[in-house]
Design a protein around this ligand. Structure first.
Ligand SMILES: Nc1ncnc2c1ncn2[C@@H]1O[C@H](COP(=O)(O)OP(=O)(O)OP(=O)(O)O)[C@@H](O)[C@H]1O
Length: 262
């Protein structure tokens, strides 16, 4: 579990995160949602140590990440996999070389072991045929898969995904969402996803944190979200007619379930 306790973060005079407390549940798909500029990326960057918080604590289990030095943080950092917005692959390297890179940097594996690990990860994301291709030769969805495989290669305990659906069509987005969710369950990863995509919330969100203007406005499960009375959250959800329908259908199904159970 990752715990955020009274996090405050600003740049100059501008406060971007105001007293944010929230939990990223262990072994679950945790979604941070909210409109553009609400502070999702800054919050994620604080969690991985790319930004230092001004106040508050970030805890990985019972370890106070905020109070640690860079050296003390190293073991936690090595347990973190990241899927960056736009995948951030090295264009001059093949797919295989992109996956080799973190192994070369952070593992003591022999070449044969490294190749085996790269193959396993590429197989797991259904990219058996892409080893020798360059990023410019593959589609956006395939690039995301390579990014996911690269994030997995060091066997992470935590997986951070910044806007994994950006630039993808709805069908490919769904495939990528499902893949991330399957991997979370299969490898018992604590996954944190930043997204605007409310379809993802309905499909794969186990635990959801809704950010509004730098504040945590709401937090709960995807079941709770259906019954939330929070006006700002509902405005965000109801911005999409499809989601309005989905929420109403889920409410109906759940109240039917309750009646049948009672
Ligand atoms: N390095 C920085 N310096 C100054 N201000 C920053 C910096 N990074 C982010 N901000 C500001 O913090 C606020 C929150 O930005 P953030 O990128 O976290 O939003 P977001 O919710 O992730 O938005 P989006 O969904 O568009 O990515 C914005 O007003 C942004 O301009």
């Amino acid at each position: 579990m990752i715990e955020l306790i009274h996090i405050k973060k600003g740049f100059g005079d501008k406060v971007v995160l105001h007293d944010v407390s929230a939990v990223m549940e262990a072994g679950k798909t945790n979604l941070i949602i909210g409109s553009s500029g609400s502070g999702k990326t800054v919050l994620m960057k604080c969690m991985v140590g790319l930004f230092e918080v001004d106040e508050g604590q970030i805890k990985y289990g019972d370890q106070n990440f905020t109070a640690m030095s860079d050296v003390e943080r190293k073991p936690i950092r090595q347990e973190i996999g990241m899927l960056f917005q736009g995948s951030a692959l090295f264009d001059s390297m093949t797919v295989e070389q992109n996956l080799m890179f973190p192994l070369d940097m952070f593992s003591n594996m022999r070449l044969r072991e490294k190749k085996k690990r790269v193959n396993e990860c590429l197989d797991r994301v259904n990219l058996k045929e892409a080893h020798k291709k360059f990023p410019s030769e593959i589609s956006g969805g395939m690039k995301k898969r390579v990014g996911i495989a690269r994030a997995l290669v060091l066997n992470p305990k935590y997986l951070f995904c910044d806007e994994p659906n950006s630039g993808l069509d709805p069908q490919t987005s769904m495939v990528i969402d499902k893949l991330i969710h399957e991997l979370t369950v299969e490898y018992e990863i604590t996954t944190i996803i930043n997204t605007h995509d409310m379809n993802s919330v309905m499909e794969i969100g186990d635990h959801i944190v809704y950010m509004y203007q730098g504040n945590k406005q709401w937090e709960g499960s995807s079941k709770d979200i259906v019954f939330s009375k929070d006006e700002k959250l509902n405005d965000f959800i109801f911005a999409s007619e499809f989601l309005k329908d989905a929420k109403e259908m889920r409410q109906l199904e759940m109240s039917r379930g309750k009646q049948e159970g009672s």
